[in-house]
Write a protein of this length. Structure first.
Length: 185
């Protein structure tokens, strides 16, 4: 038995100690965590011995549910900021006819992942940014950036669902095939 096969067997024995009904929920919770997303969660599930289809569905569902939550919260935050800015602007201009200008705080430099994402968004639009986004940043961050930038929630959710399904499927098939090769050798 090679070391990788031994590691997989030990992990499967560990997962087998959890009741079978609970295993998909653990994968779903893992899929909801940024940087793990559906891709890594499905890999954990498949390597753990869960049926690949069940692992993929659970991982994608957890990832998508967290994205829905982020989209709803981001949308509310954007609305609140827009309402607050419009209220402050009117008050500042209305006071004795004078205009008060405020200095903006210095902006932090953007991360490499965010810069790469913005480049993809400018070049490929929301569909491209959603599908390519997981290569740079988690789906939750991608959806928040899109919604805060003014993209309609339904459009973001549609393309995030497509991207999550695509990447989770690719990860599931890849890890399943890799395990077939490791086990057969």
């Amino acid at each position: 038995m090679n070391p990788i096969e031994e590691l997989v067997n030990n992990f499967q024995h560990l997962v087998a100690q959890v009741p079978e009904v609970i295993q998909p929920f653990i994968v779903m919770l893992a899929g909801a965590i940024p940087f793990i997303d559906g891709e890594v969660a499905t890999i954990i599930g498949v390597v753990g011995g869960i049926n690949p289809i069940i692992a993929a569905i659970a991982a994608a569902a957890g990832n998508f549910l967290s994205v829905v939550l982020v989209v709803l919260l981001s949308s509310r935050a954007r609305t609140a900021v827009k309402n607050r800015k419009s209220g402050h602007t009117a008050a500042a201009v209305g006071a004795a006819g004078t205009v008060i200008t405020m200095e903006a705080p210095p902006a932090k430099p953007e991360s490499k992942g965010r810069l790469r994402f913005k480049k993809w968004l400018a070049r490929y639009g929301v569909p491209g940014a959603s599908i390519l986004g997981p290569l740079a940043i988690p789906a939750q961050f991608t959806s928040a950036i899109l919604v805060v930038g003014g993209t309609p929630r339904a459009w973001v959710l549609l393309w995030q669902a497509i991207a999550i399904a695509l990447w989770t499927t690719v990860a599931t098939i890849s890890v399943w095939l890799a395990l077939q090769v490791v086990v057969l050798i």
